[in-house]
Design a protein. Structure first.
Length: 325
């Protein structure tokens, strides 16, 4: 799909913070000052280790979570300041596909009820719902005989297809795919990915595609955002990020992708990330990656690096970049 980067972004995230109070003196900063844009028709990959705040950020974008501070604009409008009518529309335009297709479907509801729930809320008649559910099931590679069955009768891949049909039922524009294939068998991951790709082309969808490693995102995304412990460390087009990663964390993440070509594998030194991901509870106001970074200087432990655009569209938050330009 052709993306117009001069148009107003469909989604604008501005200095988003989501903190959880986890004790009397303990604040867990799940998302801490995150900013990015998503343009219409794009797939943006959001990548980082488990626990770095990807799902929390995604949840703030669809109003499942109230941000602690910062702003999310959808189609130019602050999503916390919508009129009743606008709120209703927003709930349809923006959908989420969840990581765990076992937990995200109500076990007591039939496929028809699950996929048709949004349509029912829209006031559609039973016949309309039945026809639309049938068509949706076809779109995701299931058939109408599946309508009266329950989630437990399906495999993981099929359940994820049901989740996708549910998301599509209300004709969304923007879908947050939160690790949609990571709970699935490797053998069916590609099928689901291909389906999401085709749906995007056919329906003109915009995706925020969340993943914990870069290998999946590489093939899908126009641009990639790399998160580390509540913060964005690097943003670039996929091509640029893979050919010229700048943040030490991105480099380490990339080097952990297995390389099929042995010559390239030799050339790409595997960069181990030392230590464990640190705690997001009461984090120090410094580079969150410093304790694991082999290049960290004293400054990295004392000062939060600002995001800087090193080349057009390639933004990095790292003190080491000060020498680059
Ligand atoms: N509702 C919540 N209450 C308290 N802590 C939470 C809540 N949701 C997420 N967290 C914490 O926020 C951090 C980020 O979580 P999450 O957004 O799920 O990360 P990711 O999706 O990148 O794995 C984690 O430390 C997690 O334990
Ligand atoms: Mg998650």
């Amino acid at each position: 799909m052709i993306v117009d980067y001069n148009a107003e972004p469909l989604v604008q995230v501005k200095d988003l913070c989501k903190y959880f109070q986890v004790g009397r003196h303990a604040t867990l900063k799940a998302v801490d000052g995150v900013s990015f844009n998503i343009y219409r028709g794009e797939t943006v990959g959001l990548v980082g280790e488990s626990g770095c705040g990807k799902s929390t950020a995604g949840r703030c974008l669809i109003r499942l979570y109230e941000p602690t501070s910062g702003q999310v604009l959808y189609d130019g409008k602050d999503i916390t300041k919508l009129s009743r009518q606008e709120k209703k529309e927003f709930c349809h335009k923006v959908q989420m596909i969840f990581q765990n297709p076992y937990a995200s479907l109500n076990p007591r509801m039939t496929v028809k009820e699950i996929v048709g729930e949004g349509l029912k809320l829209q006031g559609k008649s039973n016949e309309e719902i039945e026809a639309k559910v049938e068509q949706l099931l076809k779109t995701v590679g299931l058939n109408k005989d599946h309508m009266s069955r329950f989630p437990h009768e399906f495999s993981g891949g099929q359940r994820q297809r049901i989740g996708i049909a549910r998301a599509l039922s209300v004709d969304p524009e923007f879908i947050i795919c939160d690790e949609p294939i990571s709970a699935l068998d490797v053998s069916i991951q590609a099928q689901v990915l291909n389906m999401l790709n085709e749906l995007q082309d056919n329906l003109g969808l915009t995706y925020l595609f969340i993943a914990h490693d870069l290998s999946v995102v590489k093939y899908l995304s126009e641009r990639v955002i790399v998160m580390y412990l509540g913060t964005v460390v690097e943003t670039a087009t996929s091509e640029e990020l893979y050919s010229n990663p700048m943040h030490p964390y991105t480099k380490a993440l990339l080097s952990s992708i297995p390389e099929a070509d042995p010559d390239k594998a030799q050339a790409n030194r595997r960069i181990p990330i030392k230590g464990e991901i640190s705690s997001p509870i009461n984090p120090k106001n410094c580079c969150r990656f410093a304790s694991r970074c082999e290049f960290a200087t004293e400054r990295c432990f004392n000062e939060m690096p600002a995001a800087r655009e090193i080349t057009p569209g390639h933004v990095v938050a790292c003190h080491l970049m000060d020498d680059v330009k």
